[in-house]
Design a protein around this ligand. Sequence first.
Ligand SMILES: Cc1cc2nc3c(=O)[nH]c(=O)nc-3n(C[C@H](O)[C@H](O)[C@H](O)COP(=O)(O)OP(=O)(O)OC[C@H]3O[C@@H](n4cnc5c(N)ncnc54)[C@H](O)[C@@H]3O)c2cc1C
Length: 390
Amino acid sequence: MPRTGVVVVGGGPSGLLAAMSAAQFSDVLLLEEHKTFGQPSHCGGLLSLDANEKLGVDIGKDLVLNSIRGFVFHSPSGFELEVDAGRPCAQVIERSLFDQHLAELAERRGCRLLNLRALSIRQRNGFAVVEAENGIEFSAQIAIDAEGIGRRLAAAAGFNSRVREAVPAAQVTVRCSEVDPSFAHVFLGELYGDLMAYTIPLDRRTARVGCATRRTDPARVCEMICKKFYGDYRPILSSRWAVWTGGPLKETRIGRIILVGDAAGHTKPTTGGGIVFGGIMARHAGSAAGKFASTLDEEKLAEMDENAKPMVRRMRRLLLARKLLSASSDRTLDRGIKIMGSRVEELRSLLRSTDFDFHENVLPDLLQALALTRIPIMLLADVLMRTFNY
Ligand SMILES: Cc1cc2nc3c(=O)[nH]c(=O)nc-3n(C[C@H](O)[C@H](O)[C@H](O)COP(=O)(O)OP(=O)(O)OC[C@H]3O[C@@H](n4cnc5c(N)ncnc54)[C@H](O)[C@@H]3O)c2cc1C
């Protein structure tokens, strides 16, 4: 049986970033079930401008399709709140090319990449054993499971995968007569489901329109937005997948198997965006796994848990924000967005000064801005209503 230091399952951003970090200390083998990395792609591709620093990789300019200057929030009753940073505050990337770029970097850094589907990850005789299709088995000192939101291997390996909490999502890329390339739009309220819907412009004529919701068919919401905002449009690519907004899983390591990325619930609970959060956590896990594989020192894994704590706390704070948003009735959302509309300058400077990824930092300012309004009471009423199912 081929034996290696670290075996990674899944060649999305989290698996590839974990593999690159592990390769600094150990030999690494990565299995990806698809022939082409990054395909099929389900992603909006919206990233912070400094994602390359956070992920420790250079995102080449040719992968960036557009820069966003601000956001337009649509309240349930149709009120629009535009927050313009006045300068680029986020970038839109071509996700499939991004994954392919990471795969090339990983190979250059010495990782061995195989296009093979893993069937199981188990622990046997002190090793992590990955059984792949065609009856091939790989034995490693440690395995990293970066299989994404499906979490089939994780569940079979004994993790509490909570996979039923994943939120169904749909996205369609459309061509239309005119798109403002500077603003992404966020749609909130019952009409758009229980999470949110969005449009992300790619250029003056193309946009990605997406929705994640458990309450209704997300593809229908996308269609409704396209009809309403783009009139005469032509869909050129559509996909269905799922996003994770449930916060980090409690247990992300059992013995010699570590979960990372969507498989571990490492996304922003407010939006489900997971490239940067999953990537940061995957880099911690990768370097710990690499060090462990070369020393067999369990302390390296304990260090990983310690290093991950600030990010875990961050995700928990964002989870609270997500829960409050999801509990808010249309009335509360409407009123909240209108109140914020009277404080656009403050929002603008918040958008300019805040890290796009770590937006939990704006929560104290937002809460302070809303504290002396009726919003806290309305929110409390919403939470009670939802709790007692009125
Ligand atoms: C509609 C939509 C829009 C989104 N928009 C954004 C956005 O704008 N910004 C953002 O940051 N995030 C966004 N996300 C979330 C983002 O796509 C995920 O958080 C991210 O892809 C997670 O990366 P990952 O590597 O953990 O998992 P994945 O990207 O899912 O990669 C997992 C890989 O593992 C492979 N795999 C699975 N099982 C096996 C197996 N048994 N054997 C071998 N290989 C296997 C899969 O084929 C896949 O290639 C969006 C998600 C959706 C659904």
